[in-house]
Ligand binder design. Structure first.
Ligand SMILES: NC(=O)C1=CN([C@@H]2O[C@H](COP(=O)(O)OP(=O)(O)OC[C@H]3O[C@@H](n4cnc5c(N)ncnc54)[C@H](OP(=O)(O)O)[C@@H]3O)[C@@H](O)[C@H]2O)C=CC1
Ligand SMILES: Nc1nc2c(ncn2[C@@H]2O[C@H](COP(=O)(O)O)[C@@H](O)[C@H]2O)c(=O)[nH]1
Length: 484
């Protein structure tokens, strides 16, 4: 990447823009979005290790569309183990269905449907699909009715080995919303909408060596790091994230040394080599020290996050575009990569982070406002739907993380709150599922690459030409919804 004119101060994503270059990339579909961070995930996006964001449904969906999700450090290890096992059992193309027994009440069925974006529950007899219940069928029906009394039995079943294009065509021909995939015994494997089938022709899933969906686990730097790292690896984490707010500290350096030792020991025993991500830092010096201590990927970003109060409280942090640019260059010198973590609110921010050299981009709060995030769906007074989000250094998260400590230690830890405990992340009515956001982001990034004449992300980081803009320059680029 090069600047049109060199900046004299540090920059956020909103401070910069890209100019087009002469391009011989004739289609956006010719752009390869494989991450350049050493993980080579087909989509360079990671759902943040935040309790309000990444659980099993987020992990499964992100990996199915080529990205990753990281289970947060606050989730008990046995729960992480069970969740990863479920992710690994889920189908790489078909979405896991919301299933109910024939006798489940309509009220309960309706409460389960929003757990997934496809908007329907499959009624099963054991694992055999019998019918479908959608919210539309529930109109005017008593909430104590049973699923079997409400369901439609007009099912479009497809073989689980069918290719996505033929599933798309079958759905169009049958004018159906949902295809139910079954195995050779007629047992339920998963479901897909026409859009889901279409997506499966555009995205490739992020798979481990055994062809199962990948997921990552975050580990804090306090306590028994050795056991925590080993537990994460035994739980089949495909990536390990050593996680703390201030990654440029001695405790992180020694935790990384332990993590590397345990990781290498595990690799010798199992043949499975897992990359270590560590952060967060915002300077080249921070990157150099974490790489020397054993990080394969360095996580970059202090204070850009939407749930973050660090900058207001401490004055510490750095505008994210400049942090990413400097840290990516430093990591490249050591043959390593970075993740740009936090501050992403528009597809353009992802494109700019990748232009600045990020290997992948981590997103938290934006993804909290989707069906797949961990929280429950809520309605505000105007009937808009949202989910609650909170920062990992908020009083709420600290209370949870320190639950096994003495009341005195907990009270002391609570003094150092650096995040918001409750915020509303509204679901975008146009893009309520995380896959909708992925479509929006990846189509934007593909387009950015063709404007730069880049066929892949490493060419993009080489070729992008970035300028600095005023507040009114940024404002000019925003669409206007009504006349002025
Ligand atoms: N990217 C960002 O800007 C930020 C991210 N976070 C996220 O919040 C979560 C909690 O992280 P964290 O607060 O580090 O908690 P952790 O529980 O991971 O512990 C951090 C350790 O580092 C020590 N420490 C020393 N200086 C600092 C400092 N300035 N800030 C924080 N810890 C420090 C703490 O000691 P002691 O408590 O005794 O000081 C503690 O032992 C993580 O998921 C992290 O990623 C939090 C803040 C900023
Ligand atoms: N200073 C704080 N930073 C936090 C907290 N919780 C999470 N984070 C960081 O934000 C990113 C995600 O950023 P977003 O803009 O996409 O929401 C996350 O990965 C952490 O690094 C917090 O409580 N305080």
């Amino acid at each position: 990447m090069r600047f049109l004119t060199d900046p004299t101060y540090d920059l956020t994503y909103s401070d910069v823009f890209m100019v087009p270059s002469r391009s011989d990339v004739t289609s956006r579909l010719d752009v390869d979005l494989t991450s350049t961070d050493g993980l080579a995930t087909p989509t360079p996006l990671v759902a943040a290790n935040m309790t309000a964001v990444s659980g099993r449904r987020m992990a499964e969906t992100m990996a199915r569309r080529g990205g990753l999700a990281i289970f947060p450090q606050d989730i008990p290890s046995d729960v992480v183990g069970k969740s990863i096992a479920k992710v690994k059992r889920s189908h790489p193309l078909f979405d896991t269905a919301v299933t109910v027994d024939p006798t489940t009440t309509l009220g309960e069925t309706l409460s389960l449907i929003p757990k997934r974006a496809h908007g329907v529950a499959v009624v099963v007899d054991g694992d055999r699909p019998m019918g479908l219940v959608s919210p539309e069928q529930a109109d005017g029906v008593d909430r104590f009715s049973q699923a079997r009394d409400v369901m439609t039995t007009d099912l479009l079943t497809v073989d689980a080995d069918s290719d996505p294009e033929s599933v798309f065509n079958a759905l169009s021909a049958a004018h159906q919303e949902l295809a139910v995939a079954v195995d050779a015994e007629g047992l339920l494997v998963g479901v897909t909408t026409a859009k889901g089938a279409l997506r499966s022709t555009i995205y490739s899933p992020a798979l481990d060596a055994e062809g199962r969906l990948r997921a990552g686990v975050a580990v804090g730097i306090n306590g028994d790091v050795r056991s925590k790292v080993r537990a994460a690896l035994d739980n089949r984490a495909d990536v390990l994230v050593m996680d703390t707010a201030h990654g440029f500290q001695e405790k992180m350096i020694s935790a990384l040394g332990i993590a590397r030792e345990v990781r290498d020991e595990y690799a010798r025993e199992t043949g499975r080599q897992v990359l270590i991500v560590a952060g967060n830092v915002v300077t080249a010096e921070g990157v150099t020290d974490l790489v020397a201590a054993g990080a394969d990927i360095v996580k970059v970003g202090v204070g850009p996050g939407a749930m973050c109060t660090t900058r207001m409280q401490t004055g510490v942090g750095r505008p994210q575009f400049s942090a990413v640019l400097e840290c990516a260059a430093a990591a490249k010198e050591h043959g390593k990569a970075i993740w740009a973590d936090g501050g992403v609110r528009h597809p353009r921010d992802v494109a700019l982070a990748l232009a600045a050299g990020a290997g992948s981009v981590m997103i938290g709060s934006w993804f909290a406002g989707t069906y797949e995030s961990t929280g429950n769906l809520m309605n505000d007074n105007d009937g808009r739907i949202y989910k609650e989000s909170f920062g990992m250094a908020s009083a709420r998260a600290v209370r949870n993380r320190t639950r096994d400590q003495s009341p005195f230690s907990r009270a002391r830890a609570a003094l150092f709150e650096e995040g918001i405990s409750s915020s509303r992340m509204y679901l975008d009515p146009q893009r309520p599922g995380v896959e909708d956001l992925l479509d929006w982001i990846t189509s934007g990034v593909r387009s950015s690459c063709t404007y730069a004449g880049a066929r892949n992300l490493s060419e993009f980081a080489d070729r992008a030409v970035v300028g600095i803009q005023s507040g009114s320059g940024y404002e000019e680029g925003r669409p206007v919804a009504q006349s002025w």
